[in-house]
Design a protein around this ligand. Structure first.
Ligand code: SAM
Length: 234
């Protein structure tokens, strides 16, 4: 950091929240939630559970995928007036496969200072749990459901860095099967489920073995991160 920091104090804070275990929140995140004028929440009911747990009472504004364009101008006005806004998503870091990017980009275009606090996100524990190289990795989030999915899968098959993907439970098997088609049944992968929660588990193995495992009854429950070992010619 420069010795004389002339940058204005941020008025938009991105505040990561737990991905399951409510203890996974930093002291600073709690302070920012307490100090904010408003909390922008993806699902206000979900955020209220967290706020009640920490005895924080704060007005909430709804900010989610379906209203982020519509609410943008009003939020920028609030920020320009000097109101302090804290953006949270339902879980993890806002802007990571969650709303946030648009507001950050527009805030910066309007010379409004922003700050993202470090904190919980599902991709990092899944990556480290996998045992695959962590020095270089690619986070792909959710693959597109239809258009562009095949092209992406084909391109990722020869990606040499460790690959991290998010997937919903009802598409997990489809994703593993597609990865098997494009990367081959012997490619190693790791599937982390329900990170930080009661039924947390990480299964590691060849894609073919993981498919067999998750095809067994009642295995595809909860939230998943899929990590695939990078392509190697050997
Ligand atoms: N903003 C979040 C973050 O920082 O990780 C991601 C939100 S995205 C809408 C939700 C996806 O994240 C889930 O479908 C799953 O792939 C992953 N995820 C979130 N929480 C998880 C958990 N506790 N265990 C495993 N995966 C999780």
């Amino acid at each position: 950091m420069a010795e004389t920091d002339l940058s204005p104090a941020p008025s938009l804070y991105l505040v990561p929240t737990p991905i399951g275990n409510l203890e996974d929140i930093t002291l600073r995140a709690l302070r920012m939630l307490r100090e904010a004028d408003y909390i922008l929440a993806e699902d206000t009911r979900q955020t209220q559970i967290l706020l009640r747990h920490y005895e924080i009472s704060k007005p909430l504004l709804s900010f989610h995928t379906y209203n982020e364009h519509k609410t943008l101008a009003g939020l920028l006005e609030r920020l320009k007036k000097g109101e302090k806004l804290a953006l949270v998503s339902d879980a993890g870091t806002p802007g990571i496969s969650d709303p946030g990017f648009l507001l950050v980009r527009e805030a910066l275009r309007n010379e409004i200072a922003i700050e993202c606090l470090p904190g919980p996100t599902a991709l990092i524990p899944a990556l480290v749990n996998s045992g695959f190289p962590t020095d270089r990795f690619v986070f792909e989030g959710f693959l597109p459901h239809k258009k562009g999915r095949l092209t992406r899968l084909k391109a990722l098959a020869t990606e040499s860095r460790t690959l991290v993907l998010y997937e919903s439970p009802h598409r997990l098997l489809r994703l593993l099967e597609e990865l098997q088609t494009h990367c081959g049944p012997q490619r190693m992968a790791s599937v982390s489920r329900e990170l930080t929660k009661k039924f947390e588990e990480t299964q590691r193995g060849h894609l073919a073995d993981l498919i067999a495992y998750f095809k067994m009854p009642n295995r595809v429950r909860g939230e998943f991160v899929v990590v695939v070992q990078g392509y190697s010619e050997n």
